[in-house]
Structures are given as structure tokens and as C-alpha cells.
Design a protein around this ligand. Structure first.
Ligand code: FMN
Ligand SMILES: CCCCCCC(=O)C(=O)O
Length: 354
């Protein structure tokens, strides 16, 4: 029975090639950060208030001009066609139905233009790994802009690709025949959407971000800033938002859970730009905890792919509806009337012994 987001993984594993299930589930090296993301949410305790009339508690929040159905986004994840033949088209329709922003991965198996055609008018952002050749990065930005993406999410935690030992053991190094990274097709001579077209660039610096900001009128968010000093630098340079993310534990292993880093990042940013968070969000109570600690919204990664594998577009729709119900339920039970009513006071802090 599919009662919550975790149930989708169990159901999806019955349908997926185990190698692809490992690709989705896996993290880097010992997978310490992967486990820690969920464990850190579980360690936090909520402390509700009572008798506060929470009859009206719309979960919506406005983010870069978009008023979403709930404070949740679909974090960028690669290769949706591994989960369903419709791939990112199905995900995009489900996101549109739920009124949530889909962040399209640069490594999507449907081009961003075709995703836009599948869900016209729906809000979408584009995730970018800046490429060493400025011309290729510019071409990707042009494709995303033409497809109606209203923000760019630049992933900055990947100077090299994280070491997923499950993939190494399974020999999973590229997409199976017939699938391509469609956004990359024709961008490098002689390559046709193979995974190796996406280059992780250790030479990237803040100057690349400055140049990208000069080249686009879209808001630019950085995904993968973990240190408060880097968050301050991002604000200083005019970056429009942060997606606090450790890549779902897939890049540097043993970094802290994102929810544990959130208070430090929120302090550093001091409300000057929105801070979003992803990593281990599986429950409505996780969403409430992240918002209470200063996140403007949260992203979910793996649950989308599990739901897509379980039931295609309908699977993702049902999963998002379950999450919306859980958020609504958690808001009512906490005694708050919506995301703007959430503060750190809703979290229980055991008294320190003197
Ligand atoms: C299968 C998979 C593919 C991913 N692909 C991308 C990607 O293309 N670009 C990116 O910036 N992050 C990618 N991520 C990281 C997610 O955007 C997100 O940070 C992470 O999944 C959030 O953690 P969660 O899965 O626990 O919700 C991927 C994650 C997974 C599990
Ligand atoms: C060069 C490989 C790009 C793969 C992008 C998918 C990704 O970020 C992941 O975590 O997996």
C-alpha cells in the first residue's frame, strides 16, 4: 500500500532494473551523508501550540514570482526515462498538476523544449553544470530560456563527479542504448548526447558565476553551497538564491545533513535572498522543520523517480498529493496557519544540563 513517500521506493524496486534502482538510491563512498540527511530530520522534535484556530492554513508560498501549490520543488534529477518511457514529460505534467516548480536537470532524457511542450505554461527552472567551453554553457542557457525556464540553478558542488560505488560495482557508466542526455545533443562535435558530454569542471570559480549572471536576465541560484562564508560570498556577488544541498549525499561523503547546516546558512544570508533546501525530505513534518529553520521551500529528489517508476505521471501526482496532505496535517497539528507562521519555536530544544 502506498501510504507515504518511502513506500514508493519499495514499489518501484519491483519494476526497475536493479542497476537503475541502485543508481537512484545510491550515494557517494560509504553513503554516510546519504543516511545522515534523513536521520537528521528524524532527530528533530516538534513542539506544537494548541487552541490557535488553524482552520485556514494554505500551504502556498511565493517563490520568484510563482505562487506554488505547496512549498516544495522537484529537485533536478537525471535520466527520468530509466524510470518511465515518458520520462521527464510525465514528471512535468505531474508537477504542473500539483502547482510545483520542476527543476529540469541538464542531464534530462527529454530536451527542455520537449518538456515545456508537454506541460505548457507550467513553472520550470533549469539546472546547469557550467561547461568549460563558455559557448556550450551559453547554448544551454539559450535552450532553457527559449523553453520558458524562469530561473537557472547552477550546481556548484561537482568539480568532479561523486564516487557512487554501487554504480562502479554494477558497471553503470552511461545511459543504455536509445537514451540520451537530450539537452546536450549537437553541442559537442562527434557526440550525440552521451553522458560524457557533461563535463564536471574543477576550474570553475566565482568569476564564472559573475559571467553567467551578466549573460542572462534570469535569476541565478547556486545549488550545493554548504559553508556560511560561501553563502555570504554568493550574496555579496548578487546571486539570487541558494539551494542548500549536498546532492543527496552523492558528492562529498561525510558532509553534514543539510537540515543541520540550515541555521548557519540562514544566519549568514540573513534574509537577503531565499534559501531552499533539499536532501532527505520524506515527510510533511520534514518540510515543516525546514521552513521553521528558515528555508523558503524544500526540494525532493529520489521520491520523484521512485514514484515515476511506480506509476508514471499518475504515480508522481499521487506522491505529491500525499506530501501535500502531510504538510497540511503537520501545519494543523503544530498549531500554525501556514508557512509564514512557522518559526524555530516550533522545534523542541531539550534544556541543556548545567
Ligand atoms: C538519481 C539522481 C540524479 C540526480 N541528478 C542530478 C542532476 O542532474 N543535477 C543536480 O544538480 N543534482 C542531481 N541530483 C541531486 C538532486 O538534485 C538532489 O540534490 C537530491 O536528490 C536531494 O536529495 P533526496 O534525493 O534525498 O531528496 C540527483 C540525485 C539523484 C538521486
Ligand atoms: C557527468 C554526469 C552527470 C550526471 C548528472 C546526474 C547527477 O548529478 C547525479 O547525481 O547522478
Amino acid at each position: 500500500m502506498l501510504l507515504n513517500l518511502r513506500d514508493y521506493e519499495t514499489a518501484a524496486r519491483e519494476k526497475l532494473d536493479p542497476v537503475h534502482a541502485d543508481f537512484i538510491a545510491g550515494g557517494a563512498r560509504d553513503e554516510i551523508t546519504l543516511r545522515e540527511n534523513e536521520a537528521a530530520f528524524a532527530r528533530l522534535r516538534l513542539l506544537p501550540r494548541v487552541l490557535r484556530d488553524t482552520t485556514r492554513r494554505p500551504p502556498a508560498r511565493t517563490l520568484f514570482g510563482h505562487r506554488g501549490g505547496m512549498p516544495v520543488l522537484l529537485s533536478p534529477t537525471a535520466f527520468h526515462k530509466l524510470a518511465d518511457p515518458e520520462g521527464e514529460r510525465a514528471t512535468a505534467r505531474a508537477a504542473a498538476a500539483a502547482g510545483v516548480i520542476m527543476i529540469v536537470s541538464m542531464a534530462a532524457t527529454v530536451s527542455v523544449g520537449d518538456i515545456a511542450a508537454a506541460a505548457p505554461g507550467a513553472p520550470r527552472w533549469f539546472q546547469l553544470y557550467p561547461q568549460p567551453e563558455p559557448g556550450i554553457t551559453e547554448a544551454l542557457v539559450a535552450r532553457a530560456t527559449a523553453a520558458g525556464c524562469s530561473a537557472l540553478v547552477v550546481t556548484v558542488d561537482s568539480p568532479v563527479r561523486g564516487a557512487g560505488e554501487r554504480n562502479r560495482r554494477n558497471g553503470f557508466h552511461d545511459l543504455p542504448p536509445g537514451l540520451r542526455c537530450e539537452n546536450m545533443v549537437d553541442l559537442r562535435a562527434g557526440e550525440h548526447g552521451r553522458l560524457r558530454q557533461i563535463v564536471m569542471s574543477p576550474e570553475l570559480t566565482w568569476e564564472h558565476i559573475d559571467r553567467l549572471r551578466e549573460a542572462t536576465s534570469l535569476p541565478v541560484l547556486l545549488k550545493g553551497v554548504l559553508h556560511p562564508d560561501d553563502a555570504r560570498e554568493a550574496v555579496r556577488r548578487g546571486v539570487d538564491g541558494l539551494l542548500l544541498s549536498n546532492h543527496g549525499g552523492r558528492q562529498l561523503d561525510t558532509v553534514p545533513a543539510t537540515i543541520d547546516l540550515l541555521p548557519g546558512i540562514a544566519d549568514a544570508v540573513a534574509g537577503r535572498i531565499p534559501v531552499l533546501l533539499d536532501g532527505g525530505v520524506r515527510r510533511g513534518t520534514d518540510v515543516v522543520k525546514a521552513l521553521a529553520l528558515g528555508a523558503s521551500a524544500v526540494g525532493i529528489g529520489r521520491p520523484v523517480l521512485w514514484a515515476l517508476a511506480e506509476g508514471g505521471e499518475q504515480g508522481v501526482r499521487r506522491m505529491l498529493e500525499l506530501l501535500r496532505e502531510e504538510i497540511d496535517d503537520a501545519l494543523a497539528l503544530c498549531g500554525v496557519t501556514g508557512p509564514d507562521d512557522l518559526t524555530p519555536a516550533v522545534l523542541f530544544r531539550p534544556r541543556e544540563r548545567s
